[in-house]
Design a protein around this ligand. Structure first.
Ligand SMILES: Cc1cc2nc3c(=O)[nH]c(=O)nc-3n(C[C@H](O)[C@H](O)[C@H](O)COP(=O)(O)O)c2cc1C
Length: 236
């Protein structure tokens, strides 16, 4: 699997009007990017997503989920969550964050970015078919575990290849990671770091995501939307 295909499931498209014209007349919307990272690679990914969404016309807040959030998520039109995996599990801080905010997340378009070395294996061109199948199965298993742990199913899911950051590991972790890397036929020169993320593909994913969020926002604020009609009526 070079990557998960962009999930086209999304809010209903309103074909009765031109979304582009509609969008251009609207103020920028605010989106939240939330991340959990141990060796900072997912932080870099979250920063890139923030910049991409800003290019797409959104106001964006970036938030490390280790820091408690002082407000709820209801003023965001969309949320992107990114977490890496260590020993088979996404960061516990992200699991806690999703559990705490699940009902708010369920009311907006969301994307979950899962950062792993297994995805790097799945994207490696030299992997044999059997290795490829195993890496993909590992990625899916870690995602399934996360969805069961949080009982949250985001609108979009994107597995992203992570990094081997030998320079940030202590002696013991460096030794373990080198052994794992050797077993997986990944890079074992511990005198340098390896970045396996396909940044261009990540940019494309966020570009598509931004377009989907804009369409969802237009549909949600349409007078034909019963919820919006009720909301406006309450404010009259
Ligand atoms: C101690 C340790 C355990 C890891 N366990 C896994 C794992 O179980 N599965 C996997 O695919 N990647 C695993 N990784 C790789 C990380 O997911 C990868 O390095 C990622 O880029 C880390 O992101 P971060 O810098 O945001 O924490 C592990 C890395 C370390 C250092």
């Amino acid at each position: 699997m070079s990557s998960s295909p962009f999930n086209p499931l999304g809010p209903a498209h309103d074909t009765s009007r031109d979304p582009q014209t509609e969008l251009e007349s609207r103020p920028a919307r605010r989106a939240g990017v939330f991340f959990a990272s141990k060796e900072d690679h997912t932080r870099e990914i979250a920063e890139r997503i923030m910049l991409d969404l800003r290019k797409g016309g959104f106001d964006v807040d970036l938030h490390d989920v280790r820091i408690p959030l002082a407000f709820d998520l209801s003023h965001y039109c969309a949320a992107v969550l990114a977490a890496s995996v260590h020993q088979g599990n996404h960061e516990k801080e992200m699991i806690r964050f999703v559990r705490d905010h699940r009902s708010e997340l369920e009311r907006m378009p969301t994307a979950f970015i899962s950062v792993t070395l297994s995805e790097a294996g799945a994207e490696r061109r030299e992997a044999t078919p059997a290795e490829h199948i195993q890496f993909v199965a590992d990625v899916n298993k870690m995602l399934d575990t996360f969805f069961k742990q949080t009982e949250w199913y985001p609108t979009y899911v994107k597995p992203v290849a992570g990094a081997l950051t030998y320079s940030k590991y202590n002696f013991f972790i460096r030794f373990i990671m080198k052994r794992i890397a050797r077993k997986q036929r990944a890079d074992t020169d511990t005198s340098r770091d390896y970045d396996y993320t396909n940044w261009i593909e990540l940019d494309k994913f966020v570009e598509n995501l931004a377009a989907e969020i804009r369409i969802a926002s237009v549909a949600a604020s349409s007078p034909e939307n019963p919820t919006e009609t009720a909301r406006r009526a309450n404010h009259a």
